[in-house]
Design a protein around this ligand. Structure first.
Ligand SMILES: Nc1ncnc2c1ncn2[C@@H]1O[C@H](COP(=O)(O)OP(=O)(O)OP(=O)(O)O)[C@@H](O)[C@H]1O
Ligand SMILES: [Mg+2]
Length: 252
């Protein structure tokens, strides 16, 4: 679905991405893991044109995205949704207005149709009662769910999630990921999720890619990753799974 080839990106002479190769399969969930500051967010931002690479290619629907102009990017961004690490709601708009925003901007629907869609999306993320609240009145978890509803508004084929669960309690982390999986299955979405959470990744991923020193150090199924012999991946996993704290059960 998306193929990243030899992607390189430097900032102020420091090379963050040193030739990233990654295939993101359609309809699957790919987790991207790695230490803080290794370039996970930088990598994702290339997939929506917020950054352009020094070198390399990103193939989506038979086009190299690195060659697009801004007008062409606007079309692609309807298909590839992006959930910012910070949630990034508009503070001066209510939850309902936030979710309506992309519909008004892009979808050109009649007003009552937009109203109906907003209610449907807010119900899906369990936030209908919070429709008229402002972001400052919401908890962190509610903000993340509101941002998810806004991203879903345009029916993207791919959604990139930058740490959708970081900073939330374990119950909310599970419920956000269950919600993501539910909409993924309903709309046959392709999901890319950046996360530091090893148990969640092992439970929810179809494939896990480790970014380390500017390249994908290892990519594999949760089973392959769990049995990894790669020194960095091993250290990352062992640090997360101390003693009894093994991955969450598959029974859900
Ligand atoms: N716009 C920018 N200008 C300059 N440097 C940047 C820019 N964006 C990111 N960087 C640098 O690139 C490196 C990777 O940043 P990035 O945000 O991708 O890390 P990350 O893997 O997402 O970390 P975290 O897990 O903490 O979110 C960092 O050293 C950061 O300072
Ligand atoms: Mg980041």
């Amino acid at each position: 679905m998306i193929t990243i080839k030899n992607l390189k990106k430097s900032f102020n002479g420091f090379q963050v991405l040193r030739g990233v190769n990654l295939v993101i399969p359609e309809g699957k969930t790919t987790f991207i893991m790695g230490q803080s500051g290794t370039g996970k967010s930088v990598l994702l931002k290339h997939l929506v044109g917020l950054l352009s690479p020094d070198e390399g290619e990103i193939w989506f629907e038979n086009r190299d995205l690195t060659k697009l102009n801004e007008k062409e990017w606007q079309e692609v961004r309807k298909k590839i949704g992006y959930l910012f690490q910070e949630g990034a709601l508009f503070d001066s708009m209510t939850v309902g207005e936030n979710v309506a925003f992309p519909l008004i901007e892009h979808a050109k629907l009649p007003e009552n149709e937009i109203e109906r869609k907003v209610d449907e999306l807010l119900s899906a993320v369990g936030l209908l009662e919070a429709k008229d609240k402002y972001p400052s009145e919401l908890s962190g978890g509610m903000r993340k769910r509101a941002a998810l509803a806004r991203t879903l508004a345009l029916h993207p084929q791919v959604i990139l999630f930058d740490e959708p669960t970081t900073g939330l309690d374990p119950i909310l982390q599970r419920s956000i990921l269950d919600l993501i999986m539910e909409v993924k299955n309903r709309f046959n979405l392709t999901c890319v999720i950046i996360s530091h959470d090893v148990p969640l990744a092992l439970h929810y991923a179809d494939q896990i890619a480790f970014l380390h020193e500017g390249v994908i150090a290892q990519i594999g199924s949760p089973e392959e990753i769990r049995n990894s012999n790669h020194p960095f991946v091993r250290k990352f996993l062992d640090s997360a799974l101390i003693d009894g704290a093994k991955e969450v059960s598959h029974e859900g």
